[in-house]
Design a protein around this ligand. Structure first.
Ligand SMILES: Nc1nc2c(ncn2[C@@H]2O[C@H](COP(=O)(O)OP(=O)(O)OP(=O)(O)O)[C@@H](O)[C@H]2O)c(=O)[nH]1
Ligand SMILES: [Mg+2]
Length: 281
Protein backbone atom coordinates (compact mmCIF):
# COMPACT_ATOMS: atom_id res chain seq x y z
CA UNK A 1 0.00 0.00 0.00
CA UNK A 2 1.49 3.32 -1.06
CA UNK A 3 1.47 6.14 1.47
CA UNK A 4 1.49 8.96 -1.08
CA UNK A 5 4.44 10.55 0.72
CA UNK A 6 7.56 11.77 -1.06
CA UNK A 7 9.72 8.87 -2.27
CA UNK A 8 13.28 7.98 -1.39
CA UNK A 9 15.93 6.91 -3.87
CA UNK A 10 15.20 3.27 -3.00
CA UNK A 11 11.49 3.73 -3.74
CA UNK A 12 12.06 5.19 -7.17
CA UNK A 13 13.98 2.15 -8.39
CA UNK A 14 10.62 0.35 -8.70
CA UNK A 15 9.21 3.16 -10.87
CA UNK A 16 12.32 3.44 -13.02
CA UNK A 17 12.33 -0.34 -13.62
CA UNK A 18 8.79 -0.49 -14.99
CA UNK A 19 9.31 2.23 -17.63
CA UNK A 20 11.78 4.88 -18.69
CA UNK A 21 11.23 7.73 -16.22
CA UNK A 22 13.16 10.99 -16.54
CA UNK A 23 14.45 12.48 -13.29
CA UNK A 24 14.37 16.26 -13.03
CA UNK A 25 16.83 17.24 -10.31
CA UNK A 26 16.28 20.58 -8.56
CA UNK A 27 19.14 22.49 -6.92
CA UNK A 28 19.49 25.98 -5.53
CA UNK A 29 19.90 27.93 -2.33
CA UNK A 30 17.26 27.97 0.43
CA UNK A 31 14.04 29.78 -0.46
CA UNK A 32 14.87 30.13 -4.17
CA UNK A 33 11.58 28.39 -5.08
CA UNK A 34 12.33 24.69 -5.71
CA UNK A 35 9.43 23.19 -3.76
CA UNK A 36 7.02 25.89 -4.93
CA UNK A 37 7.76 24.96 -8.53
CA UNK A 38 6.95 21.30 -7.83
CA UNK A 39 3.79 22.17 -5.86
CA UNK A 40 2.58 24.49 -8.59
CA UNK A 41 2.64 21.64 -11.13
CA UNK A 42 0.21 19.73 -8.94
CA UNK A 43 -1.95 22.85 -8.55
CA UNK A 44 -2.02 23.35 -12.31
CA UNK A 45 -3.41 19.86 -12.89
CA UNK A 46 -6.36 20.66 -10.59
CA UNK A 47 -7.54 23.03 -13.34
CA UNK A 48 -7.00 20.73 -16.34
CA UNK A 49 -4.21 19.57 -18.63
CA UNK A 50 -0.81 21.23 -18.59
CA UNK A 51 1.05 21.85 -21.87
CA UNK A 52 -0.70 18.97 -23.62
CA UNK A 53 -0.51 16.48 -20.74
CA UNK A 54 -3.37 15.19 -18.57
CA UNK A 55 -2.76 14.14 -15.00
CA UNK A 56 -3.02 10.32 -14.88
CA UNK A 57 -1.90 9.59 -11.33
CA UNK A 58 0.85 10.04 -8.78
CA UNK A 59 2.51 7.88 -6.15
CA UNK A 60 3.23 11.02 -4.14
CA UNK A 61 -0.18 12.66 -4.11
CA UNK A 62 -0.16 13.23 -0.37
CA UNK A 63 3.25 14.95 -0.58
CA UNK A 64 2.06 17.17 -3.44
CA UNK A 65 -1.10 18.12 -1.56
CA UNK A 66 0.81 18.76 1.64
CA UNK A 67 3.27 21.13 -0.08
CA UNK A 68 0.47 22.97 -1.88
CA UNK A 69 -1.64 23.20 1.25
CA UNK A 70 1.27 24.43 3.39
CA UNK A 71 2.05 27.16 0.91
CA UNK A 72 -1.52 28.45 1.00
CA UNK A 73 -2.23 27.92 4.71
CA UNK A 74 0.95 29.49 6.09
CA UNK A 75 0.20 32.59 4.06
CA UNK A 76 -3.38 32.88 5.43
CA UNK A 77 -4.32 33.09 1.77
CA UNK A 78 -2.83 36.56 1.31
CA UNK A 79 0.67 36.02 -0.06
CA UNK A 80 1.68 32.39 -0.68
CA UNK A 81 4.55 31.07 1.40
CA UNK A 82 5.86 27.51 0.93
CA UNK A 83 7.22 25.78 4.06
CA UNK A 84 10.96 25.20 3.95
CA UNK A 85 12.13 21.72 3.03
CA UNK A 86 13.75 20.08 6.05
CA UNK A 87 17.42 19.24 5.81
CA UNK A 88 16.81 15.96 7.68
CA UNK A 89 14.46 14.78 4.92
CA UNK A 90 17.40 14.39 2.54
CA UNK A 91 16.52 13.76 -1.10
CA UNK A 92 12.78 13.62 -1.78
CA UNK A 93 11.18 12.50 -5.03
CA UNK A 94 7.79 13.56 -6.40
CA UNK A 95 6.12 11.37 -9.02
CA UNK A 96 3.73 12.23 -11.84
CA UNK A 97 2.04 9.94 -14.34
CA UNK A 98 0.75 11.75 -17.40
CA UNK A 99 -1.33 10.99 -20.47
CA UNK A 100 -0.35 12.90 -23.57
CA UNK A 101 -3.21 14.62 -25.37
CA UNK A 102 -3.73 13.24 -28.86
CA UNK A 103 -1.44 10.20 -28.79
CA UNK A 104 -2.79 9.01 -25.42
CA UNK A 105 0.66 7.69 -24.52
CA UNK A 106 1.40 7.43 -20.83
CA UNK A 107 4.57 9.00 -19.45
CA UNK A 108 6.08 9.15 -16.00
CA UNK A 109 8.39 11.75 -14.53
CA UNK A 110 10.14 12.25 -11.19
CA UNK A 111 11.15 15.56 -9.59
CA UNK A 112 13.98 15.43 -7.05
CA UNK A 113 13.80 18.07 -4.32
CA UNK A 114 16.05 18.72 -1.33
CA UNK A 115 16.68 21.49 1.16
CA UNK A 116 18.75 24.38 -0.17
CA UNK A 117 21.06 23.80 2.79
CA UNK A 118 22.66 20.95 0.86
CA UNK A 119 23.47 23.37 -1.97
CA UNK A 120 24.87 25.96 0.42
CA UNK A 121 27.03 23.44 2.29
CA UNK A 122 28.41 22.02 -0.95
CA UNK A 123 29.81 25.46 -1.81
CA UNK A 124 32.10 25.44 1.20
CA UNK A 125 32.95 21.79 1.56
CA UNK A 126 33.95 19.44 -1.22
CA UNK A 127 32.82 16.41 0.77
CA UNK A 128 29.28 17.79 0.97
CA UNK A 129 28.96 17.53 -2.82
CA UNK A 130 28.60 13.78 -2.33
CA UNK A 131 25.09 14.57 -1.06
CA UNK A 132 24.31 15.25 -4.71
CA UNK A 133 25.23 11.73 -5.81
CA UNK A 134 21.67 11.11 -7.07
CA UNK A 135 22.30 13.83 -9.64
CA UNK A 136 24.22 11.19 -11.61
CA UNK A 137 20.92 9.45 -12.36
CA UNK A 138 19.16 12.64 -13.51
CA UNK A 139 18.33 13.56 -17.10
CA UNK A 140 17.92 17.25 -16.31
CA UNK A 141 19.49 19.52 -13.70
CA UNK A 142 17.35 22.54 -12.89
CA UNK A 143 19.54 25.07 -11.11
CA UNK A 144 17.23 27.72 -9.67
CA UNK A 145 18.58 31.21 -9.04
CA UNK A 146 16.45 33.62 -7.02
CA UNK A 147 15.29 36.34 -9.42
CA UNK A 148 14.28 38.64 -6.57
CA UNK A 149 17.95 38.71 -5.50
CA UNK A 150 19.38 38.78 -9.03
CA UNK A 151 17.44 41.88 -10.02
CA UNK A 152 18.98 43.85 -7.17
CA UNK A 153 22.63 44.91 -7.72
CA UNK A 154 23.17 44.78 -3.94
CA UNK A 155 22.33 41.06 -3.66
CA UNK A 156 23.07 39.57 -7.10
CA UNK A 157 26.83 38.88 -6.93
CA UNK A 158 26.85 35.88 -4.56
CA UNK A 159 23.93 34.23 -6.38
CA UNK A 160 25.89 33.97 -9.63
CA UNK A 161 29.23 33.25 -7.95
CA UNK A 162 27.64 30.42 -5.95
CA UNK A 163 26.03 28.94 -9.05
CA UNK A 164 29.42 28.88 -10.79
CA UNK A 165 31.03 27.34 -7.74
CA UNK A 166 28.32 24.68 -7.45
CA UNK A 167 28.64 23.70 -11.12
CA UNK A 168 32.45 23.61 -10.84
CA UNK A 169 32.14 21.23 -7.90
CA UNK A 170 29.67 19.03 -9.78
CA UNK A 171 32.03 18.81 -12.78
CA UNK A 172 35.04 18.07 -10.57
CA UNK A 173 33.21 15.35 -8.69
CA UNK A 174 31.72 13.95 -11.91
CA UNK A 175 28.18 14.46 -10.65
CA UNK A 176 27.04 16.02 -13.90
CA UNK A 177 27.40 13.86 -16.98
CA UNK A 178 27.76 15.33 -20.47
CA UNK A 179 24.32 14.02 -21.29
CA UNK A 180 22.55 15.73 -18.43
CA UNK A 181 20.60 18.70 -19.73
CA UNK A 182 21.48 21.81 -17.73
CA UNK A 183 18.76 24.44 -17.33
CA UNK A 184 19.33 27.52 -15.22
CA UNK A 185 16.01 28.97 -14.13
CA UNK A 186 15.70 32.52 -12.87
CA UNK A 187 12.88 32.06 -10.37
CA UNK A 188 10.31 34.61 -9.08
CA UNK A 189 10.26 36.35 -12.44
CA UNK A 190 6.92 37.95 -11.42
CA UNK A 191 9.00 40.09 -9.03
CA UNK A 192 11.60 40.87 -11.71
CA UNK A 193 8.83 41.86 -14.10
CA UNK A 194 7.77 44.64 -11.78
CA UNK A 195 11.05 46.41 -12.61
CA UNK A 196 11.82 48.45 -15.74
CA UNK A 197 12.65 46.67 -18.99
CA UNK A 198 16.27 47.79 -18.64
CA UNK A 199 16.49 46.19 -15.18
CA UNK A 200 14.91 42.97 -16.46
CA UNK A 201 17.44 42.84 -19.31
CA UNK A 202 20.29 43.55 -16.90
CA UNK A 203 19.10 40.70 -14.67
CA UNK A 204 19.09 38.25 -17.59
CA UNK A 205 22.44 39.51 -18.94
CA UNK A 206 24.03 39.27 -15.53
CA UNK A 207 23.35 35.52 -15.55
CA UNK A 208 24.06 34.74 -19.22
CA UNK A 209 27.30 36.77 -19.32
CA UNK A 210 28.98 34.17 -17.06
CA UNK A 211 26.78 31.13 -17.18
CA UNK A 212 26.87 30.34 -20.87
CA UNK A 213 27.89 27.61 -23.28
CA UNK A 214 31.38 29.03 -23.75
CA UNK A 215 32.28 29.49 -20.11
CA UNK A 216 30.76 26.17 -18.99
CA UNK A 217 31.95 24.25 -22.07
CA UNK A 218 28.57 22.60 -22.37
CA UNK A 219 25.05 23.42 -23.48
CA UNK A 220 23.02 25.45 -21.04
CA UNK A 221 19.57 26.96 -21.26
CA UNK A 222 18.75 30.03 -19.16
CA UNK A 223 15.07 30.76 -18.65
CA UNK A 224 12.92 32.99 -16.44
CA UNK A 225 10.11 31.29 -14.51
CA UNK A 226 7.41 32.24 -12.02
CA UNK A 227 5.83 29.37 -10.12
CA UNK A 228 3.67 31.09 -7.61
CA UNK A 229 3.01 34.76 -8.01
CA UNK A 230 0.64 36.30 -5.46
CA UNK A 231 -3.01 35.39 -5.49
CA UNK A 232 -4.99 37.33 -8.08
CA UNK A 233 -2.25 37.34 -10.70
CA UNK A 234 -3.60 34.22 -12.36
CA UNK A 235 -2.41 35.23 -15.83
CA UNK A 236 1.21 34.94 -14.71
CA UNK A 237 0.88 31.56 -13.04
CA UNK A 238 3.47 29.06 -14.27
CA UNK A 239 5.17 31.66 -16.43
CA UNK A 240 7.93 29.91 -18.36
CA UNK A 241 7.15 26.53 -16.83
CA UNK A 242 4.35 25.77 -19.30
CA UNK A 243 6.97 25.82 -22.06
CA UNK A 244 9.62 23.86 -20.18
CA UNK A 245 7.30 21.14 -18.91
CA UNK A 246 7.04 19.21 -22.23
CA UNK A 247 10.84 19.25 -22.53
CA UNK A 248 11.14 17.66 -19.09
CA UNK A 249 8.51 15.02 -19.77
CA UNK A 250 9.68 14.15 -23.29
CA UNK A 251 13.33 13.72 -22.35
CA UNK A 252 14.53 10.51 -23.90
CA UNK A 253 17.10 7.94 -22.74
CA UNK A 254 20.59 8.80 -23.94
CA UNK A 255 21.02 5.32 -25.43
CA UNK A 256 18.18 6.11 -27.83
CA UNK A 257 19.47 9.46 -29.05
CA UNK A 258 20.64 7.99 -32.37
CA UNK A 259 17.18 6.66 -33.23
CA UNK A 260 15.42 8.80 -35.90
CA UNK A 261 12.11 8.47 -34.06
CA UNK A 262 13.66 9.79 -30.88
CA UNK A 263 15.49 12.52 -32.79
CA UNK A 264 12.09 13.76 -33.85
CA UNK A 265 11.06 13.96 -30.21
CA UNK A 266 14.20 15.89 -29.37
CA UNK A 267 13.53 18.26 -32.27
CA UNK A 268 10.03 18.79 -30.99
CA UNK A 269 11.41 19.61 -27.55
CA UNK A 270 13.95 22.06 -28.93
CA UNK A 271 11.24 23.66 -31.06
CA UNK A 272 9.40 24.19 -27.83
CA UNK A 273 12.48 25.74 -26.29
CA UNK A 274 13.04 28.04 -29.26
CA UNK A 275 9.47 29.22 -28.91
CA UNK A 276 10.22 29.77 -25.26
CA UNK A 277 13.34 31.80 -26.05
CA UNK A 278 11.06 34.20 -27.88
CA UNK A 279 9.44 35.22 -24.62
CA UNK A 280 12.69 35.99 -22.83
CA UNK A 281 12.76 39.78 -22.66
N1 LIG B 1 6.81 35.94 -5.86
C1 LIG B 1 7.20 34.67 -5.95
N2 LIG B 1 7.51 33.99 -4.84
C2 LIG B 1 7.89 32.71 -4.97
C3 LIG B 1 7.97 32.05 -6.23
N3 LIG B 1 8.40 30.78 -6.02
C4 LIG B 1 8.58 30.66 -4.69
N4 LIG B 1 8.27 31.81 -4.06
C5 LIG B 1 8.32 32.06 -2.61
O1 LIG B 1 9.65 31.88 -2.16
C6 LIG B 1 9.66 31.29 -0.85
C7 LIG B 1 10.53 30.06 -0.84
O2 LIG B 1 9.99 29.10 -1.72
P1 LIG B 1 10.33 27.53 -1.57
O3 LIG B 1 9.69 26.86 -2.73
O4 LIG B 1 10.00 27.05 -0.22
O5 LIG B 1 11.90 27.54 -1.75
P2 LIG B 1 12.88 26.28 -1.69
O6 LIG B 1 13.90 26.51 -2.74
O7 LIG B 1 12.11 25.02 -1.75
O8 LIG B 1 13.55 26.48 -0.26
P3 LIG B 1 14.20 25.36 0.72
O9 LIG B 1 13.20 24.27 0.89
O10 LIG B 1 14.47 26.10 1.99
O11 LIG B 1 15.47 24.91 0.07
C8 LIG B 1 8.19 31.02 -0.50
O12 LIG B 1 7.73 32.08 0.32
C9 LIG B 1 7.48 31.05 -1.84
O13 LIG B 1 6.12 31.46 -1.75
C10 LIG B 1 7.62 32.80 -7.39
O14 LIG B 1 7.66 32.32 -8.54
N5 LIG B 1 7.25 34.09 -7.18
MG1 LIG C 1 11.94 23.44 -0.47
Amino acid sequence: MLSGKALSVNDIKRICRRSYTPIIFMAGETACGKTTLIASLHDAFLFGPLSGFHFAGSETLYAFEERSFESRASSSGIEPDTARTRYENGQEYFHLQLREQGSGSVKEVLFADMSGEFYERSLYSKSEVSQFKDLRRAQILLLLLDGAKLVDPATRQPIRANAMQFLRRCFEERMLSEDTILQILISKWDIVRQRSQAEQDACMNFVTSRLNEKSLARQVQVAPVASRPGIGRQSEKLFGIRDLFPIWVRTVPVALHASPKIDAQVDEASGCYNKFKGIIP
